[in-house]
Write a protein that binds this ligand. Structure first.
Ligand SMILES: [Zn+2]
Length: 61
């Protein structure tokens, strides 16, 4: 049940927050160069997405 914020003590709030943890980030490997990348994103190392080269890495930077 919802309790007003001023009725929840600092300790109670902090004790509850000990159960909140940051989940580990999901990563995959680039099929072309094998670099660790985020899923559904263009690879920064070789500029490919789904096996095709989408961006030119040399001119992009
Ligand atoms: Zn790559």
């Amino acid at each position: 049940m919802a309790v007003p914020a001023r009725h929840t003590s600092k300790t109670s709030k902090r004790m509850r927050q000990t159960h909140y943890k940051i989940s580990e980030k999901t990563t995959t490997k680039c099929p072309k160069c094998g670099a660790v990348i985020k899923p559904h994103r263009v690879c920064k190392e070789c500029g490919s997405y789904k096996g095709k080269e989408v961006i030119d890495v040399k001119t992009a930077e």
